[in-house]
Ligand binder design. Structure first.
Ligand SMILES: Cc1cc2nc3c(=O)[nH]c(=O)nc-3n(C[C@H](O)[C@H](O)[C@H](O)COP(=O)(O)OP(=O)(O)OC[C@H]3O[C@@H](n4cnc5c(N)ncnc54)[C@H](O)[C@@H]3O)c2cc1C
Length: 281
């Protein structure tokens, strides 16, 4: 690793739980000590080589066991393209089935991240196929997608467990809302639907206004839900929510593919550029 990458890794450690599973488990224990559950994600996506897709599956099987052996309150979240979905759907489904099997044997939840629109339809279909026999599997739904209100109605009707996010990919303009404000407005609407018709869902955002709205909706209903936020973002707010008695989870990405992930977090929020610059001087 060059000097530039070494410095960047120092900054990136704010958002990633290390480059290997041992570091991720340590960070998970720290989050548990702050009374947050954890969702571990092994970084990497769009894998086409079956041997790498197998390696990703084995990594999850091993970290699921480590979560259990270490007494950690948490689970994993997977991306279907890291199991090869783009090039070999059957293989990806088989790998997913292995990880679901392990999560059930260990009594853990299993989350499926939602990726770009290239795989949205397939991801949704695979989720709907596994859901009837695997109710402990949950799916992320992105509020920036215009179709999400309809998708939400469909999958809620089938008892889905939803993690509502704004969405993180660059998408063709006709598929998504025009800007962040509209995606936020849609988040607010989808969240109302979740509190009205859903149960056992996740409000995954760092947006203080949406979090306040969720608290209000929670006051007037009985739905079970949890807040989830990414490692290194809104740490003060996470602690406040825990202290106020809300369930909070921290999403902990880890692995050697930390560079692309960190770039996404930096570009999402300009103040992170300052963090980066400060670390250089
Ligand atoms: C638990 C979890 C799981 C996720 N899973 C997925 C997934 O499966 N698929 C997917 O497409 N996306 C996923 N995301 C990412 C998500 O789509 C957004 O890109 C990300 O959460 C930022 O959106 P936001 O809701 O926080 O709102 P934003 O509008 O981006 O931010 C709202 C406020 O939060 C704070 N904030 C947000 N980001 C940062 C930052 N990087 N640094 C500092 N402050 C910040 C700021 O105060 C900002 O004003 C996930 C996010 C979370 C929390």
């Amino acid at each position: 690793m060059g000097l530039g990458q070494g410095l960047l890794l120092r900054v990136a450690k704010r958002w990633i739980a290390g480059t290997d599973s041992a570091s991720a488990i340590k960070e998970a224990l720290k989050a548990n000590q702050r009374r947050m559950s954890v969702v571990l994600n092994y970084l990497g996506e769009e894998i086409s080589d079956p041997s790498i897709a197998d390696a990703h599956m084995r990594e999850y099987l091993s970290v699921q066991k480590a979560i259990s052996d270490s007494g950690i309150k948490g689970c994993v979240s997977v991306k279907l393209t890291q199991f090869g979905l783009l090039t070999d759907e059957t293989g990806a489904i088989k790998r997913l089935a292995e990880v679901i099997g392990r999560s059930e044997a260990l009594g853990q939840m299993l989350w499926i991240d939602m990726e770009s629109s290239r795989v949205l339809e397939k991801t949704l279909q695979i989720y709907l196929d596994v859901l009837p026999s695997h109710p402990m599997v949950g799916l992320a739904l992105q509020s920036y997608m215009r179709r999400s209100a309809k998708d939400l109605e469909t999958i809620l009707g089938k008892g889905a467990k939803i993690r509502l996010v704004k969405g993180a990919y660059k998408e063709p303009p006709d598929l998504v809302f025009n800007n962040r404000a509209e995606a936020t407005e849609n988040y607010s609407k989808l969240m109302e639907t979740l509190f009205k018709k859903g149960d056992d869902f996740v409000i995954a955002t760092h947006d203080p206004k949406l979090i306040d709205q969720a608290k209000e909706l929670a006051n007037s209903g009985k739905a079970r839900f949890e807040f989830q936020m990414l490692k290194g973002i809104q740490d003060g707010l996470k602690d406040k929510l825990v202290q106020a008695g809300y369930k909070v989870g921290e999403y902990l990405p880890y692995g050697s593919q930390w560079y692309a992930y960190s770039k996404r977090r930096i570009s999402e929020h300009p103040s992170n550029i300052l963090l980066l610059l400060r670390s250089l001087f």
